[in-house]
Design a protein. Structure first.
Length: 367
């Protein structure tokens, strides 16, 4: 019987220890249902709180990973070898618009009537290594040494990276509208990308930047937080004001071009006639004394960096090829084309057929 009494005492000791432990923990005595329920509720609550902490930690971790991924994407977007179009990839368009890139300074130059030597001395004075030519009609206006076909070769000789990318064409309804389009936005993104790495400039037609469409380009860059220094013919610089009201020749350009287009379609504009002087014997004799211009069609096509540039060059070469069949060209009055491929010849034939059918050379209806 003594052994049984010892067992009861041991059980009493265990019960006492359990009771004291429960009281210390704020629990209830065994056999009390309400206490059991309280304990279970606390246990469930602790489990829920633990799960919530894990979920919050997971969400924080996911947010951190998303931030790291965004930073890596932005870094990757910066990687470009300078060929083709910077913004051709969608992931670059998400990170490299001019508002998203770090602050930069670009230089603005105007052609005016300065000599080629003076122009490159100015570029050298300001250590310009990259030049974007944004003139809308550079091939048909200004001195010959400022035509893109010549300027590209001259820049290469002076170790300047050159790109001709006309902004503000009549078909785009002027410079301000063109800058709002994808092409304008993407080209400015390239300009800023270069400006953050090398001394970079953009080129306009007029010597005075206040009277040139490049003023709109400078204003747009400043609006996005960048700086522009306009370079005068004597080498002095003027900083583009951060706030500047644009003149009417820029703000009213789109409306004027749309009105002109309507008048042209309605047949209200007189057709341009060739100057009598250009057909005079004196003018013809003068042109015959000059060496005939030779254009390598293959070399011209290889200059294209993008599909759009390739199409533009091919269209221009087709136009020259079509004109080369005229009597004037055969007499040596027009440029001579070499290495013309079958696609350029086919487009020249198509242009001729369109004109013969009373349409524009591109196949559009006249008027």
């Amino acid at each position: 019987g003594g052994g049984g009494g010892g067992g009861v005492k041991a059980e009493d000791d265990e019960a006492l220890a359990a009771r004291l432990q429960l009281e210390e923990d704020g629990g209830a005595l065994p056999g009390q249902t309400e206490g059991d329920e309280d304990w279970e509720e606390r246990a469930i609550l602790e489990q829920l709180q633990e799960l919530e902490r894990e979920e919050q930690g997971g969400a924080t971790l996911a947010a951190q990973f998303a931030q790291y991924e965004e930073m890596l994407d932005a870094t990757d977007a910066e990687e470009w070898d300078g060929r083709g179009d910077l913004m051709v990839r969608e992931w670059r368009r998400e990170h490299l618009h001019i508002e998203q890139q770090d602050q930069s300074t670009t230089y603005g130059f105007g052609c005016g009537l300065q000599s080629e030597k003076s122009f490159f001395e100015l570029l050298s004075l300001h250590s310009i290594r990259v030049l974007y030519d944004f003139r809308a009609d550079a091939e048909h206006t200004g001195p010959g040494h400022f035509k893109p076909s010549h300027l590209e070769g001259a820049c290469k000789r002076h170790a300047v990276h050159y790109r001709y990318a006309p902004l503000g064409r009549e078909g785009a309804y002027g410079i301000l509208k063109h800058l709002r389009e994808d092409e304008g936005r993407n080209l400015l993104a390239e300009l800023v990308w270069w400006a953050r790495r090398k001394r970079t400039a953009f080129l306009g037609a007029e010597e005075d930047w206040r009277k040139d469409p490049r003023l709109a380009i400078a204003a747009r860059l400043c609006e996005a937080g960048h700086s522009v220094l306009h370079v005068d013919a004597d080498g002095a610089t003027t900083e583009q004001p951060k706030q500047m009201e644009l003149p009417d020749f820029l703000t009213g350009e789109e409306a004027r071009l749309r009105t002109l287009e309507k008048q042209r379609h309605a047949g209200e504009l007189p057709k341009a006639s060739k100057s009598h002087a250009s057909r005079s014997t004196e003018a013809v004799a003068q042109r015959l004394t000059q060496p005939q211009q030779v254009i390598d069609a293959g070399a011209e096509l290889r200059k294209a960096n993008t599909q759009a540039e390739l199409c533009r060059i091919q269209r221009r070469l087709a136009d020259l090829q079509r004109r080369a069949e005229s009597s004037d060209a055969k007499a040596g009055l027009g440029p001579k084309l070499l290495h013309v491929n079958k696609w350029v010849k086919a487009e020249a034939v198509q242009q001729q057929e369109n004109l013969a059918a009373g349409k524009t050379k591109d196949g559009k209806e006249k008027g």
